[in-house]
Ligand binder design. Structure first.
Ligand code: PGA
Length: 260
């Protein structure tokens, strides 16, 4: 799979029952079918909705992803879902290391790396999330934290084409607050330089920003340096609003010298 920019991925988190989840996925499938073109649009619904959504969206270009996977390939892990199971359902990608898993479920860098490796092995693309807490941000420790997370959780032998890194400041998630676009650009430039050092072809890793992205700020954020797209939580629960974010990214890609 080759990911064209902008890359716009919706993380539904623990939201959606069959009726509203399927309707939202179908609305996006239909919009993409009517307006194909540049960019990559994807959704990560709850695990319970992956199979019915995979059946509905078919080959219309909307990517499907899990929100997490096990580090184990199979076996006695009650309640867990393996990367191979996600792949088998028709998933293209999986999020690992989201801050709600790192902080809410005590996942450390080593576990996140193992999950990323399991996902790559199963043939999924990986969205690896990193980001500092509010305290770390206020203490000026952002780049130090990101370096530690990148070095600790980047999968060994990561192929640039199958890796997406999402910078999500924990304090910006679901709060309506975001770093300035200058700060986002600066932080992304730093992440890019680390990836270039650590991953063969690191310049090709897709770098997403996440945290309180909505239709009103998406264009500006995606215009910041080294931002290839966005990972969207709350605003991805409304098909119109989520599509507007994608359109803002597409418009920016068309008007930038690189996208021309
Ligand atoms: P948010 O969440 O857009 O609701 O801030 C982003 C995320 O957690 O990926």
């Amino acid at each position: 799979m080759s990911l064209a920019t902008p890359v716009v991925i919706g993380n539904w988190k623990m939201n959606g029952l069959r009726a509203d989840g399927l309707a939202r996925a179908e609305a996006l499938r239909d919009r993409l079918a009517r307006a194909p073109g540049e960019g990559t649009l994807g959704i990560c619904p709850p695990a319970t909705l992956l199979a019915p959504i995979a059946d509905r969206i078919g080959e219309h270009g909307l990517l499907l992803g899990g929100q997490d996977c096990s580090s184990a390939l199979k076996g006695a892990h009650t309640g867990d879902i393996s990367a191979e199971m996600l792949k088998d359902l028709g998933c293209d990608l999986v999020i690992v290391g989201h801050s709600e898993r790192r902080h809410g479920h005590g996942e450390d860098d080593a576990l996140v790396r193992a999950k990323a490796e399991a996902a790559l092995k199963a043939g999924l693309d990986v969205i690896l999330c990193i980001g500092e807490t509010e305290e770390e941000w206020q203490a000026g420790g952002t780049t130090e934290v990101l370096d530690r997370q990148i070095e600790g959780s980047l999968p060994a032998a990561a192929a640039a084409g199958h890796l997406i890194v999402a910078y999500e400041p924990v304090w910006a998630i679901g709060t309506g607050r975001t770093p300035s676009t200058v700060d986002i650009g600066r932080t992304h430039a730093h992440i890019r330089s680390r990836l270039v050092d650590l991953v063969p072809g690191g310049a090709r890793v897709r770098l997403l920003y996440g945290g309180s992205v909505k239709a009103g700020n998406a264009g500006e954020i995606m215009a910041a340096g080294e931002v290839d797209g966005v990972l969207v939580g709350g605003a991805s629960l409304d098909a119109d609003g989520f599509w507007a974010i994608f359109e803002a990214g597409r418009a920016g890609a068309r008007s930038s010298p690189a996208g021309a």
